[in-house]
Design a protein. Structure first.
Length: 229
């Protein structure tokens, strides 16, 4: 099993002067789920190299056993420091694709045509894609083969409006994930704020928030090992 993990390269939180990036738990927890399943991992980002870490995700209140393990893992930190450029990879070379969140993807990956084509090609090849927290927003410009939005009519979740309000970034982000998925015709649902919630619709897996990242990885592994839907 070979899994591509796609991370953001964007580090500016709008015009607040604050930094953003990817959310550490949403990389670390799936990383070890995939490793324990025997997967080969390739990390990619639009610019390549070291992706920006959302500094809040490394504050003591957000650290987990997985984040601490990741930061103390030379192999993991080396892979993170040397992500390949997203435009250098091919969907043909992977069995599945996983997108961690953090606010960063709303600015770069959500507008990235290379990312959109990667998701479309992977799904059309009968291989699964999972996106967690803010990463489902990356689906905004993806389409089915008939040109309709990829999420239209599909059961999806992602960072809830109430969760964005709780972190006081509703007026900072370029769009709200819940609103965008609904606007595109997705059948959006959620659970209580900050609780794990993962939906699988065919080969598309979405998770609501950081707590959903490990179960989303588990769902992806299950699809790959069972050979499809």
């Amino acid at each position: 099993m070979k899994v591509l993990i796609v991370l953001t390269s964007h580090d500016e939180l709008g015009d607040t002067g604050l930094k953003t990036g990817f959310w550490l738990e949403e990389l670390a927890a799936p990383y070890y789920r995939f490793k324990e399943a025997g997967a080969q991992l390739v990390l990619a980002s639009p610019r390549g190299g070291q992706p920006p870490l959302d500094p809040k995700s490394n504050e003591s209140g957000f650290q987990t056993g997985d984040t601490r393990r990741f930061e103390a893992d030379p192999e993991a930190t080396k892979a993170l420091a040397n992500t390949v450029r997203l435009d250098s990879v091919s969907a043909d070379d992977f069995d599945a694709v996983f997108y961690p969140g953090g606010h960063g993807p709303l600015w770069d990956l959500a507008e990235d045509t290379v990312s959109a084509r990667l998701i479309e090609t992977t799904l059309r090849s009968g291989k699964p894609v999972a996106l967690v927290c803010h990463a489902p927003g990356v689906l905004q410009h993806t389409v089915d083969e008939d040109g309709t939005p990829l999420v239209r009519g599909k059961n999806v979740t992602g960072f809830a409006n109430t969760e964005e309000e709780a972190v006081q970034l509703t007026d900072v982000v370029p769009f709200l994930v819940e609103d965008k998925l609904t606007e595109l015709g997705g059948v959006y649902s959620k659970t209580d704020d900050w609780q794990p919630y993962v939906l699988k619709d065919g080969l598309l897996i979405t998770g609501q928030n950081p707590a959903s990242s490990a179960p989303a990885a588990d769902a992806l592994i299950e699809l790959v090992t069972k050979g499809g839907v």
